[in-house]
Design a protein around this ligand. Structure first.
Ligand SMILES: Cc1cc2nc3c(=O)[nH]c(=O)nc-3n(C[C@H](O)[C@H](O)[C@H](O)COP(=O)(O)OP(=O)(O)OC[C@H]3O[C@@H](n4cnc5c(N)ncnc54)[C@H](O)[C@@H]3O)c2cc1C
Length: 509
């Protein structure tokens, strides 16, 4: 093991794998990528749960995290991938881009849509639209949409019901201005999920200047005064080592990156004091501003049990639209989930998920231990802001409309949850309370080390030198799309800057 690298990237997820792959394209830079979970270097060694993109992998390569119970008293699981590829290796493989307003709203020219569209084109190999404006056909992440003949009966009926309800048809949900109902862009081929481990790391592995080290957890970043000088790691065998670095890039995701900073002495004054940690720098934004997409499922028992196939794809289609009366374009999604199970006692069901894509409510992370294995307390505060709650209520109504629109209604024996009659009799305030109690996570946490407060527009920590953050934690706001492509785009941007302008990160080579 070399003792010093120009760049040490901590966390090989959607963003970290991309940072390491792009930065190591510069042969003058030595790069170490450290991952707490296993690294499957050979394609043939990748386990079935990571290959099969029809299902999320939420057990074998998962961190076991939960949101704190909300007013319903029930904790909600928050899966996060623990493996090279990170959450991109375990997720649903929906490959949806943010809308231009998201990036423009971040407030930095280098993250504006004008600058970022090139990045989204560069990261994709879109098999349907790759040769057309706004798209790319040569990137590491393969993207494809299910053609009509491949749709399951429920997904085909969902699109027909959308047409019946008057929603426009949208063949390309990643077009910057189009909206409506159509096939979902997915980064999978057949069942095979194309993670960043597959798209970015596999072709980069043979580089002599890139080392990938799995089963190794970073305990803390080491400092000389206010300059990061390396990391202290814990190997799977329990050995503690230090590794020197020119720059440390933290890419552990929105839930775990703040803890790495905190254990290293960068965090909220009260948390540092409570945990007895020496402060390198106090930053009140560490662990604050947690955003996610609140979701609510309308559960449907089918007329025929054969319509629910747990071995088939869970997602194939999407309605992307703007909530009635909203001033935030494309702030809503309705998606049909081919199967849904709350408990083993439930009958076979599919679901219509209503998801709010642009949010004002914010949660936070609270750390109760500085141990490397400790989990933060994660508070969502979904729909605490009235504007969020009211819009999610409207999107649930949009989802409900599908249950009585032909031909989907003909595939539904009964709507099991929420009771349609009770829902229709509830006042708006009762519905608002209901979504506050029951909204669940879209699995898209972000914003806990946000740009402008903890890092600058290049991902550099504002309080110390030699420390960069590159992952979903730096999003200033939650984008109006599932967050994998946006996380990859952050990795692309910061990886590209490290490769081409290392001096701006304090590297001399
Ligand atoms: C079940 C599930 C389904 C989802 N479905 C979709 C979807 O279909 N489409 C979509 O766009 N988004 C989806 N998402 C969200 C999307 O995958 C994430 O937003 C994105 O992967 C986040 O990227 P990241 O780089 O910020 O973090 P991650 O990809 O989570 O990477 C963080 C990495 O850091 C590692 N790590 C953490 N702590 C340490 C440490 N101390 N030392 C070393 N390594 C460490 C982790 O093991 C992990 O590999 C889903 C997420 C999940 C979990």
């Amino acid at each position: 093991m070399r003792e010093r690298f120009d760049i040490v990237v901590v966390g090989a997820g959607s963003a970290g794998s991309v940072v390491a792959a792009r930065a190591s394209e510069n042969p003058a830079l030595s790069v170490l990528l450290i991952e707490a979970g296993p690294d499957y270097a050979l394609g043939s060694a990748v386990p079935e749960d990571l290959r099969n993109g029809h299902h999320n992998s939420v057990v074998d390569h998962d961190w076991g995290l939960d949101y704190q119970p909300n007013s319903s008293g029930r904790p909600q699981t928050l899966p996060r991938g623990r493996v090279t590829g990170g959450s991109s290796a375990v997720n649903t493989a929906i490959a949806l881009r943010p809308v231009p307003e998201d990036h423009d709203g971040w407030g930095y020219p280098e993250w504006s849509w004008a600058a970022m569209e090139t990045v989204y084109r560069r990261l994709e190999r879109d098999l349907d639209f790759g040769d057309q404006p706004h798209h790319g056909d040569a990137g590491p992440i393969l993207i494809r949409r299910y053609p009509r003949p491949e749709l399951t009966a429920t997904h085909a009926a969902f699109l027909d019901a959308a047409a019946h309800l008057g929603w426009p048809t949208c063949p390309d949900a990643n077009h910057p201005s189009d909206w409506g109902a159509g096939p979902q862009p997915m980064n999978k081929l057949g069942q095979l999920r194309v993670s960043t481990a597959m798209g970015y790391l596999a072709p980069a592995r043979s580089r002599s200047n890139l080392v990938i080290r799995g089963d190794t957890s970073v305990r803390r970043i080491m400092f000389d005064g206010r300059r990061a000088r390396g990391v202290e790691v814990l190997s799977a065998t329990g050995e503690v080592e230090t590794i020197e670095a020119g720059v440390v890039v933290v890419s552990c995701g929105a839930i775990l990156s703040p803890g790495v900073l905190l254990r290293s002495g960068i965090g909220r004054r009260a948390e540092l004091d409570r945990l007895g940690l020496d402060a390198v720098a106090t930053m009140e934004g560490v662990g604050a501003h947690l955003s996610d997409h609140p979701a609510f499922a309308v559960l449907c028992e089918p007329t025929d049990e054969a319509l629910v196939d747990f071995d088939g794809p869970i997602i194939q289609t999407i309605l992307r639209h703007t909530t009635e009366g909203s001033d935030q374009r494309m702030d809503a999604q309705v998606e049909l989930l081919s199967f849904f199970m709350r408990t083993n006692q439930d009958p076979l069901m599919f679901a219509l998920a209503a998801v709010l894509e642009q949010c004002y409510s914010e949660g936070e992370l609270i750390h109760t231990s500085a141990d490397v294995d400790a989990r933060p307390q994660i508070t969502s505060r979904f729909c605490a802001d009235e504007r969020d709650a009211r819009r999610l209520v409207r999107i649930i109504d949009d989802a409900f409309a599908f249950t009585s629109a032909p031909p989907l209604r003909d595939l539904i024996r009964t709507v099991r949850h929420p009771d349609p009659q009770r829902w229709s009799q509830m006042t708006i305030s009762e519905r608002v309370e209901r979504v506050r109690r029951s909204a669940a996570s879209g699995y898209h946490p972000c914003g806990t080390l946000r740009m402008g407060e903890v890092v600058d527009s290049r991902g550099r920590c504002l309080a110390v030198d030699g420390l960069v953050v590159a992952d979903a934690s730096i999003f200033p706001t939650v984008p109006r799309a599932n967050t994998n492509l946006c996380s990859i785009a952050v990795g692309e941007r910061i990886g590209e800057w490290l490769r081409t302008e290392p001096g701006r990160y304090g590297l001399t080579s």
